[in-house]
Design a binder for this molecule. Structure first.
Ligand SMILES: [Zn+2]
Ligand SMILES: [Zn+2]
Length: 165
């Protein structure tokens, strides 16, 4: 994914792209739609380029707690600076700062966008934050069913035994 710098004016630009996951080097993620929507807010202040990258991709997931399937739109954001000013690069060791040749004709954002997409995927997939999951006893989906495992009926014989222990 490349941004052309040829004839790019100084100042703020908003750029839109739609990229395929495979073209970004993101593979083995069958849960995600193939298309990623990208908005780049780019500010050119020679010799620097300040970029804010926003990505949006839809996915189909299975809840880690209740196993229900659901669709969700994921969004992610990253910031990166490209500059041909070696002094600035030396002073600032933040890894979102990259050297760009003064006569560069384009910026390749493939790696930045790929990482932004990967970071947008939550470690845990939950259909909702308060998903109650499955009962460990009977497997009932506690979001939609009630079961009696959590409050077992009192068994008087066991009560009597417990008193002896
Ligand atoms: Zn769930
Ligand atoms: Zn149960």
């Amino acid at each position: 994914m490349k941004i052309s710098l040829v004839r790019l004016a100084e100042g703020l630009h908003t750029l839109h792209f739609v990229e395929k996951l495979a073209d970004l080097g993101v593979e083995n993620l069958p849960d995600l739609d193939d298309k990623v929507k990208i908005q780049i807010d780019l500010e050119k202040r020679s010799p620097h380029y300040f970029l804010k990258n926003q990505v949006q991709v839809s996915g189909h997931f299975a809840c880690d707690r209740c196993t229900d399937e659901f669709d969700r739109s994921l969004t992610g954001e990253s910031r990166v600076v490209f500059s041909s000013d070696k002094e600035m690069l030396k002073m600032n060791e933040a890894d979102d700062l990259h050297y760009l040749a003064a006569d560069a004709k384009e910026i390749d954002l493939t790696n930045e966008i790929r990482d932004t997409v990967l970071l947008a995927i939550p470690m845990k997939q939950l259909c909702s934050d308060d998903c109650r999951g499955l009962c460990a006893g009977c497997g009932a989906n506690l979001n939609t069913e009630t079961c009696h495992c959590a409050a077992p009926p009192a068994d008087l014989r066991w009560e009597a035994l417990r008193k002896l222990l």
